[in-house]
Design a binder for this molecule. Structure first.
Ligand SMILES: [Zn+2]
Ligand SMILES: [Zn+2]
Length: 305
């Protein structure tokens, strides 16, 4: 039985966690954290491994289009990995902004550039209905939550079906944008939407990312909520991963224990990651399972594993 969710109860706990798989440095246009600052905090707080997943956009005019080239990303991460000598381990990740219109370009880029780990995410573009508050208010007026979010979830499903990504970032990020106008976007009335996405993850062997940033934003719960993580497991999901999606240093590992608790309570005893090798369709051969220790599970779930 799941204990009713109390956001933030674990946020301050100094738990040793195995992985934060979603972090932005000063190579993202919306972040300004030097990589060594994350590494130092991870070492302090006992987070064994981190993935640097700076943004990349493929549509001209979007902020992370052409912002940092591959060599810079590679050099920054590999140099830091050497300096920190495995404590923490530091991986070269990437957060791709997925759009159906540029799927071909994304596929080509990922074929030509080796990353340890790749997140595919749908973001709110400068061309979309959530580009600013005025546009969002106009878009939500007269629409139901289902109507206001349909385009987003269709795009997410395509991102999953593309088979290009190890995981899908912040699966229901759009709930942040509709909440001020239409209220919280809950699982129950939208079970069909969520189940469609969760089944697509299961069918394609794509990991579900449980992203802590929703805990510091309007929804006050992860992307997606713990009930969705439970449902994913019920539907046969076996691969989950956790990330804080920090863009500022004080966001490092913020809410990460809550996210690990959601994962543990749903019955998962490992997170799925990749440390290089083949991406895209070949990724399943190279992904790794990182076990949650018995001690950690006991701390998170409050019982012996
Ligand atoms: Zn994102
Ligand atoms: Zn991100």
């Amino acid at each position: 039985m799941r204990i009713p969710y109390a956001p933030g109860t674990l946020r301050a706990m100094p738990l040793a966690l195995p992985l934060d798989a979603h972090l932005h440095t000063d190579l993202s246009p919306d972040a300004a954290v030097p990589i060594d600052a994350y590494a130092a905090l991870a070492r302090d707080r006992g987070i064994a491994e981190i993935a640097i997943t700076d943004h990349i956009d493929f549509v001209t005019g979007e902020p992370a289009c052409g912002y940092a080239d591959y060599d810079r990303r590679l050099r920054m991460v590999r140099d830091a990995a050497e300096r920190w000598a495995g404590e923490p381990a530091i991986r070269l990740g990437l957060e791709v902004t997925y759009e159906q219109a540029v799927e071909g370009e994304i596929a080509e880029y990922l074929r030509d550039h080796a990353y340890d780990y790749v997140i595919g995410s749908v973001h709110m573009s400068r061309r979309g209905p959530f580009r600013d508050e005025e546009a969002a208010a106009a878009w939500c007026a007269g629409r139901t939550p289902r109507e206001a979010t349909g385009f987003y979830f269709d795009e997410v499903e395509q991102a999953i079906r593309s088979g290009l990504f190890d995981t899908i970032g912040h699966l229901d990020f759009v709930k942040r944008y509709v909440q001020p106008y239409l209220g919280p976007f809950a699982y129950e009335p939208h079970a069909d939407i969520y189940d469609r996405l969760l089944r697509a993850l299961v069918e394609t062997g794509t990991a579900l990312e449980v992203n802590a940033s929703g805990l510091r934003q309007a929804p006050g719960e992860p992307y997606p909520a713990p009930v969705v993580v439970d449902r994913f497991r019920e539907l046969g999901g076996r691969h989950v991963v956790a990330g804080s999606d920090a863009h500022r240093i004080e966001q490092f590992a913020f809410g990460l224990p809550d996210v690990y608790r959601a994962i543990g309570e749903a019955g998962f005893r490992e997170v799925t990651f990749r440390r290089g090798g083949r991406g895209g369709a070949g990724r399943s051969a190279d992904r790794v399972a990182i076990e949650l220790s018995r001690e950690l599970v006991a701390d998170l779930v409050g019982e012996e594993a």
